[in-house]
Design a protein around this ligand. Structure first.
Ligand code: ARG
Length: 434
């Protein structure tokens, strides 16, 4: 272990077991934060130079050395492990090893408390942008398939009982709209937390005229978390909202995965999943199992668990408390796992093959009863009377064709009027926003 940056020479060493306990997986999780911590450290150094705390040469040397650290980390030549207390200490140690006394100047006007808070905000902005991107790509695949398979008949279920003739167009467009909403939510959440806590130090500010606005701008934040105390109190609160955005998407992934696993069962036989997303059984030679779809279904469970874990940590007084470190594992694990799953969906959805004959023949004549009732309404009957008549004449529906039913479903959003352009336009306008 490199020396702790807070070691003051004469102080008694902290028990190694205690240090291990305090660290937990912190240094491993900081691997996800290190690139952001490096960027923020560079902006901080430039900011210190602007107010004369560093010379321009000192700041430039730091920025350059931190570029080298970022590159070494990316190549795998620099490994962030428990030689260091955390990623923040690793950055300072790197600078001191390379720049000597100059390196020891990086921590002027900041604390690890604002350092971790800014790295986490940058991390969340990055991951929410990826989430938004994944949602947009999933929505685009669903919309494309809705166009291509618009009029393909599919039995519609309520209560898992056959209900009315429906279409692949309606099914795909329904999932497309969900992911457009999730796309918008990821964007809004990223905007909501887009504020820089850097320069609030330990939670009380410092007696240096830091150029906080300039540093925020340098890092791409449009505003500050102004109050130093709130910069700490907001930790966990913003992470929760980020997980909410993620969980809105994974909840919809769960439904979609549920539909696919049901439709892929032999009893339904509506869909064939792409073989590249399935695995075999170790004992039953006949099997091809939909494991990917199943783990996509359970993905949401992990996100909900992470959210609960995170929220449980937040019963805290104002200011920095070390408890806040425990908001990192649920946030980071949820995003790494969640995004790994989401990224599979566009190809999975592109590859599903519908068994259209089987879907069509699963539509029993009785499914046309609601259409019949509404036709009688068109002839002037009250709906209740029409309903009773249609119920009494269920055996007279056997000549009806699903395609006619779909064609007649003209209410906006329904099978013959899916209004895919409206969904397309909303997706495009979100895509064209910066
Ligand atoms: N790993 C710590 C966290 O996530 C970094 C901040 C440490 N600050 C401190 N005062 N010990 O909260």
């Amino acid at each position: 272990m490199a020396d702790y940056i807070w070691k003051k020479g004469s102080s008694t060493d902290v028990d190694e077991r205690v240090m291990r306990f305090l660290a937990g997986d912190d240094v491993i999780l900081d691997r996800q934060l290190l690139p952001f911590d490096i960027r923020a450290s560079q902006a901080h150094a430039r900011g210190l130079a602007r107010i004369g705390v560093l010379t321009d040469e000192q700041a430039a040397a730091m920025v350059e050395s931190l570029d080298e650290l970022a590159a070494a980390f990316e190549r795998g030549d620099f490994v962030l492990d428990n030689r260091y207390e955390d990623g923040h200490s690793a950055i300072e140690s790197w600078l001191i090893e390379r720049l000597g006394e100059t390196g020891g100047r990086i921590h002027a006007g900041r604390s690890r408390n604002d350092q971790v808070a800014v790295a986490l905000r940058l991390y969340m902005k990055d991951r929410l942008a990826r989430l938004a991107d994944d949602c947009a790509r999933i929505a685009a695949v669903c919309l494309k398939r809705a166009v291509d398979e618009e009029q393909v008949a599919l039995p519609g279920h309520t209560h898992l009982q056959q209900a009315m003739p429906s279409s692949l167009g309606l099914w795909w467009a329904g999932h497309a709209e969900a992911f457009i909403d999730n796309f918008a939510l990821a964007r809004q959440t990223a905007d909501w937390l887009d504020a820089s806590p850097l320069g609030t130090a330990s939670g009380f500010g410092v007696n240096l005229a830091l150029d906080r606005d300039g540093v925020a701008e340098d890092l791409g934040f449009p505003r500050l978390v102004v109050n130093p105390q709130y910069a700490q109190n907001a930790r966990g609160k913003v992470e929760l909202r980020a997980l909410d955005a993620l969980s809105a998407a994974t909840a919809d992934v769960r439904r979609l995965a549920w539909d696919l696993s049901l439709y892929a069962s032999q009893e339904f036989g509506f869909v064939r999943l792409p073989a590249a997303f399935c695995t075999g059984s170790s004992i039953m030679p006949n099997k091809l199992n939909p494991d990917t779809v199943e783990l996509l279904r359970s993905l949401h469970g992990g996100i909900v668990g992470a959210r609960t874990e995170l929220e449980s940590v937040l019963s805290l007084p104002s200011g920095y408390q070390r408890d806040l470190q425990d908001t990192k594992p649920p946030l980071i694990r949820a995003f790494e796992r969640g995004l790994a799953g989401m990224a599979l969906l566009p190809d999975l959805l592109t590859g599903v093959e519908w068994q259209t004959r089987r879907m069509r023949s699963a539509i029993a004549p009785a499914l046309h009863a609601t259409d019949r009732a509404n036709e009688l309404v068109g002839e002037g009957k009250s709906f209740r009377e029409a309903y009773r008549q249609a119920a009494a004449e269920l055996d007279q529906l056997s000549r009806r064709q699903p395609e006619d039913s779909l064609r007649a479903r003209v209410s906006p959003g329904a099978c013959s009027r899916l209004e895919l352009e409206r969904l397309q336009q909303r997706l495009e306008s979100l895509n064209s926003e910066p």
